[in-house]
Write a protein of this length. Sequence first.
Lengths: 186, 186
Amino acid sequence: MADQRQEPGEPPTWGERLTPRAREIVHAARDLVEESGAEKLTMRSLADRLGIKAPSLYKHFPDKQAVEVQLIAQMLDECAAACEAAEAEAPGSLEAIADAYRAYALRHPHLYRLATERPLPRHALPDGLEDRTAAPLVRACAGDGELARAAWAFAHGMVILEIHGRFPEGADLGAAWKKGTRALIR
Amino acid sequence: MADQRQEPGEPPTWGERLTPRAREIVHAARDLVEESGAEKLTMRSLADRLGIKAPSLYKHFPDKQAVEVQLIAQMLDECAAACEAAEAEAPGSLEAIADAYRAYALRHPHLYRLATERPLPRHALPDGLEDRTAAPLVRACAGDGELARAAWAFAHGMVILEIHGRFPEGADLGAAWKKGTRALIR
DNA sequence: CCTTGATGGCTAACGGCGTTAGCTATAATG
DNA sequence: CATTATAGCTAACGCCGTTAGCCATCAAGG
């Protein structure tokens, strides 16, 4: 009955560090999502890929959402890292950070959608992760929060419309991207 | 057996004009979505609201997606109308059109999400509807397609992040909106 | 007037989904 | 050696979209 949290030690409580097996499960879930999209992430398909049955997953996570939260956290973490790297290479350049953001999102479209198209489970996310993801952009905007939010909106709108194939067929999205980022800088 | 299309007259074939009963169904579906979100739109909940059983819906629509397509078409149509009205009142003003777009989206958040967060079923949509929705913005950009796409990306990114509550709690989103639209104009 | 066929309901059921209850084998611990 | 925690299992529930097949109503035609 160690499924429930224990008061004293809280050994591998959900949301905190994961057990090795839980990490394997998250890894398999991520592969599934990146390959086939979040709709194909099913407790049964996930279990299949691990060679077990669906109910066994509940020994490691309380529900499906808890697995998804791990994937969302991964996306935020990696996206933050990508932006931080861009910042390190071209300090203060909003354009460099935006480019890194777009490149990451387009490299992981299904994961990006998963992390982005549902209410953020803030309470279940590591403390400060959301802020960390936003920080490089805010710094590049020299603390102008409104500009940072506008830039984020443009970047997100661009990549999510791109991912959904909403733009006309032959459109030069790289050009639209440049136009947008440059308009927001000056 | 008139469920299938008939060759000669094609009386009320799907996608074309709807029968009165089908229109009632779409109306109920819309109410459901606007009240509770697209996740709550269920063939059973929809039937309930109409006082019938779920399988009866299949006398009027081939599947659930066909009902959703009608809602998506409504959203595109109404959004286009809102932008056209703004255009008529302030010809050539990108800001006016953008404001109308945002106002419409925020007035119908669940419908906007439904129409926006899944691959567009282009083949099932009335001809020209997608273009019509884009047209006011393109006109306001004086035919600069790249600018129009950048502006659309900003507007969509802004409202969808707003709808999902992604921005920090106290943020002045009206100010961010103004900053973004104005940056994209000059 | 009676038949025919279309219309639009219905019930029963299927397979897939997330999830729960309860069993069990193995491994670690006293 | 006995106990207990771990991590698997099967069976099942309720909800989902959807299909098959039945039946009442009603208009049109002989």
